[in-house]
Design a protein around this ligand. Structure first.
Ligand code: ADP
Ligand code: TRP
Length: 321
């Protein structure tokens, strides 16, 4: 089984990225053929500063490696280092209905937030389809927000197969039902685009400040509280086992619980949870050339895997003559 997923280098990675995508991906390296990449072309739809994009790419690589991704077990590379992906995107553009792209929630959301409706933003899902289909991935572990993008990928793959004959494996999204869409400090989906994230590798003081910012309701301390609707509960429970979660829920319902205590608990759990990764990251950061080497060697392996598919596609569409 081939597992593949990508992440944008558009800002510091947060606990939503970690629980929604990075953790399941890292676990897969032990049992599957794993393809993990940094989607810098996708990030260009929102990042307009070349230095920031290049820096962000290295930062994401550091994050993944520090959290346990092993380049000897997984193929780990940067999207733009395999140029065939843009060729496949162009080919797929020609069978992708504009209506399908206009219906994308993510596109509409970005326009609503004031991003200019350029072509890159609209064709974002076509590039994502090319990412997935080029490597003939079976499963794509993502957070809930990416479900529609995966449906678009499947639609495009089926359309291609119907038009040109069986070519692509139809991939499936893998969304862990036990991982909620992690909520940000303001109660919306945690996202780099909303300035509401709790970053995995931020400084101690910044982490305290971020956690202090988590919005809670104004129920008095003595009153019972509802864990299910509490952002703080949802975030803290990510770091707890079932028994601990049940205990915490009980403390909420009993009354007498102070949100400031729960915030302190979240800080302590999170700081400890990521301690080993933080230490490893500090080591890796000392030799960025080594990180670049890992990425280059990953790109070579990825390119080798992509070659039979792109050759088949070229033949089918008629650009080999
Ligand atoms: P962001 O919205 O912060 O820019 P990305 O779009 O780069 O995040 O997402 C990278 C991966 O992390 C995707 O698989 C996405 O589904 C997952 N992810 C992002 N935010 C969350 C969240 N709040 N909860 C769960 N998973 C998330
Ligand atoms: N759109 C994904 C996100 O924002 C990133 C992405 C790009 C991706 N290409 C991919 C995810 C291929 C999985 C597979 O999170």
């Amino acid at each position: 089984m081939r597992i593949l997923s990508g992440i944008q280098p558009s800002g510091g990675l947060h606990i939503g990225n970690y629980f929604g995508m990075m953790k399941p991906m890292i676990e897969y390296q032990e049992v599957s053929e794993l393809y993990c990449f940094i989607v810098n072309f996708h990030a260009m739809t929102t990042v307009r500063d070349g230095k920031r994009l290049a820096w962000g790419t290295i930062q994401v690589a550091l994050d993944f490696l520090a959290l346990g991704l092993d380049p000897d077990k997984a193929i780990f590379w940067v999207q733009s280092d395999v140029p065939e992906v843009t060729e496949l995107t162009w080919i797929l553009n020609n069978i992708t209905p504009v209506g399908l792209l206009l219906r994308s929630h993510s596109y509409k959301e970005k326009i609503d937030q004031g991003l200019s409706p350029n072509h890159g933003l609209l064709s974002y899902p076509v590039l994502m389809a090319a990412d997935i289909l080029l490597y003939q991935a079976h499963r794509v572990p993502v957070g809930k927000d990416q479900q529609q993008h995966l449906e678009i990928t499947r639609d495009i793959a089926m359309k291609f197969n119907n038009t040109y004959g069986e070519t692509f494996i139809i991939p499936e999204a893998e969304i862990n039902p036990n991982v909620p869409l992690v909520v940000g400090t303001d109660g919306r989906k945690m996202s780099k685009s909303y300035d509401n994230t709790i970053e995995i590798f931020c400084k101690e003081e910044d982490l305290r400040k971020k956690i202090a910012r988590i919005v809670t309701d104004s129920t008095p301390v003595s009153e019972p509280k509802n864990p299910e609707t509490c952002n703080l509960f949802i975030n803290l429970s990510l770091f707890m086992n079932e028994e601990e979660k049940a205990d915490l829920a009980e403390r909420y319902r009993r009354g007498g619980l102070k949100y400031s205590d729960v915030k302190q608990e979240l800080f302590e759990r999170m700081w400890e949870y990521f301690r080993p990764a933080r230490e490893k990251r500090a080591e890796l950061e000392k030799n960025l050339d080594y990180i670049r080497e890992i990425l280059k060697s990953g790109a070579e392996k990825a390119r080798e895997k992509a070659t039979p598919t792109i050759n088949l596609v070229r033949k089918k569409v008629g650009v080999i003559y």
